[in-house]
Design a protein around this ligand. Structure first.
Ligand code: SF4
Length: 261
């Protein structure tokens, strides 16, 4: 069934719940990666403000990495309940793993103009690490530093596009990418991919869908919203005649109860 949504409506409906990044325009690769992490569940403006605050309040990302999550969480308010602490923990874990596995905190991940054999090797290791973490990072970080907005083919992008009716059920990842390129204007593609990856990872899983929690369920042709159970029927009014065993017993008991004189 064709989609009832435009890509613009998809972004608008999803951002309050899942957040969004609208452009990949940070100067440093690691700043961009942190912005993507912050923007999960935070609207773009709040995520960017949180990034600026971190850069202002801490010496560097290593300083952020060793800060307790509950302290960082204070700057991440504005998302769903409980998301600020979860986000702080995720950020500390992401930075710590980057630090330990790559032994540096300034991975400039998308710059082809500075490519050397060493940087190419580092970049492919980093991309493999990001793919382990999230399809969102793996698909958007290669676009950091690119001249034009592009779409990166991925099963996690194809799945929600199929379910939302943007592409046919058996569409390949490559044809889903082509469709999204045609259906989006430059400037819309980064945000569209961001929210589609968020939908895929949070509610529209390969095996489990949580359509009742999906912000675009009302316009999704594949939505399966659980039907609430019917309200309990009110108890039938008594007709005055005994209708149950207990009532019969009560009337019999009355007859046998000795009367006071
Ligand atoms: S409503 Fe359900 S099937 Fe449709 S995109 Fe959301 S989670 Fe996926």
């Amino acid at each position: 069934m064709p989609s009832k949504l435009s890509v613009g409506e998809l972004i608008e409906a999803s951002e309050p719940r899942f957040g969004a990044v609208r452009e990949l325009d940070e100067t440093e690769g690691l700043d961009q990666l942190v912005l993507l992490a912050l923007a999960r569940e935070l609207p773009f403006k709040k995520a960017r403000a949180a990034l600026r605050r971190l850069k202002q309040d801490f010496v560097d990302w290593n300083d952020v990495r060793v800060t307790p999550a509950h302290e960082l969480a204070r700057g991440f308010e504005g998302g769903p309940p409980g998301s600020a602490y979860r986000k702080a923990e995720e950020l500390v874990d992401l930075l710590s793993t980057l630090y330990l596995r790559f032994n540096k905190m300034t991975c400039d991940v998308g710059r082809t103009e500075t490519a050397t054999p060493e940087s190419t090797k580092l970049r492919s290791r980093l991309m493999a690490f990001l793919a382990e973490r999230s399809s969102l990072y793996a698909c958007l970080m290669p676009l950091f530093g690119a001249k034009d907005d592009d779409v990166v083919a991925s099963p996690e992008l194809t799945r929600p596009l199929v379910r939302l009716g943007f592409v046919e059920a058996r569409a390949s990842d490559a044809s889903a990418r082509e469709t999204l390129l045609k259906r989006t204007k430059p400037g819309e593609r980064i945000a569209a991919q961001f929210v589609l990856h968020q939908i895929a990872s949070r509610v529209c899983g390969a095996k489990l869908t949580l359509c009742g929690e999906c912000p675009v369920a009302s316009k999704c042709p594949s939505a399966k919203i659980p039907v609430p159970p019917p309200p309990a029927k009110p108890a039938a009014k008594s007709s005055g005649k005994p209708t149950s065993k207990s009532e019969k017993t009560t009337s019999k008991d009355k007859k046998t109860t000795p009367q006071k004189k």
